[in-house]
Design a protein around this ligand. Structure first.
Ligand code: 13P
Length: 249
């Protein structure tokens, strides 16, 4: 069975309502792409972005959700709320949330279960720190994160994994193609649905390295931070995934 290619942008804490022209430029690029295109703006923009993208091939996602559907959780956003606002996906367990908000694998797992129950596709992030990689523990760390973060019923859940080495995020450093290939193969081996689960690479993906990364057999797309803020750069990365006239892997 073939896997889709997914090019996803994570805007992190960037973007105001004045940023919506972006989608007028991105829409024709997405229309011509072999890849699915997803943009995850801050929560305040999910609804306006979903409105701006109606009738296009651009999907909209959240950057986090709470594990409960409603209740006394000031400042949090639930999975059904994201869905209601127009999201189809949600990024979970990003290293910035693991580091900045103390999110543990078990929290990510609970959020992933809530997300899929609400009809969202969880995009579960994993990745080692530089110290862990230098200690030769990268695969072991990522395997542990996967085991703890995937929902218990992952065999029946539509999900996406994003391998984002922490040291490659926002630094301009990318993992070598050999290391990415090795890690993606190691991740795929540990999945319940290895043939159909999309595994993205993230960490300083740019127009000039996207094609090489996307050409690796187990790399099914990219999760793009900084370069997704610039519609020209993000469009170039989407184009690197091939046009709609080519067969998606
Ligand atoms: P950069 O592309 O800015 O390195 O960010 C990657 C990332 O964290 C995407 O989720």
């Amino acid at each position: 069975m073939s896997r889709r290619t997914l090019i996803a942008g994570n805007w992190k804490m960037n973007g105001l309502t004045g940023s919506l022209d972006y989608f007028r430029e991105l829409a024709p690029v997405a229309a011509d792409s072999a890849a699915e295109v997803l943009v995850c703006p801050p929560a305040t923009l999910i609804h306006p972005v979903a409105q701006a993208c109606r009738g296009t091939r651009i999907r909209v996602g959240g950057q986090d959700c709470h594990a409960r559907n409603s209740g006394a959780h000031t400042g949090d956003i639930s999975a059904p709320m994201l869905r209601d606002a127009g999201a189809s996906h949600v990024i979970l367990g990003h290293s910035e949330r693991r580091a900045g908000h103390g999110e543990r694998d078990m929290d990510v797992q609970a959020k992933a279960a809530a997300a899929s129950a609400a009809g969202l596709v969880p995009v579960i992030c994993v990745g080692e720190t530089l110290t862990e990689r230098e200690a030769g523990q990268a695969v072991e760390v990522v395997a542990r994160q996967l085991a703890g973060s995937l929902p218990e019923n992952s065999a029946i859940v539509d999900l996406v994994i994003a391998y984002e080495p922490v040291w490659a995020i926002g630094t301009g450093l990318t993992a070598s193609l050999t290391d990415v290939a090795e890690m993606h193969a190691a991740i795929r081996e540990r999945l319940k649905n290895p043939l159909t689960t999309c595994i993205l690479y993230g960490g300083s993906v740019k127009p000039d390295n996207a094609e090489a990364l996307l050409s690796l057999a187990d790399v099914d797309g990219a999760l793009v931070g900084g370069a997704s803020l610039d519609v020209t750069d993000f469009s170039a990365i989407v184009r690197a995934a091939g046009s709609g006239t080519q067969l998606a892997r």
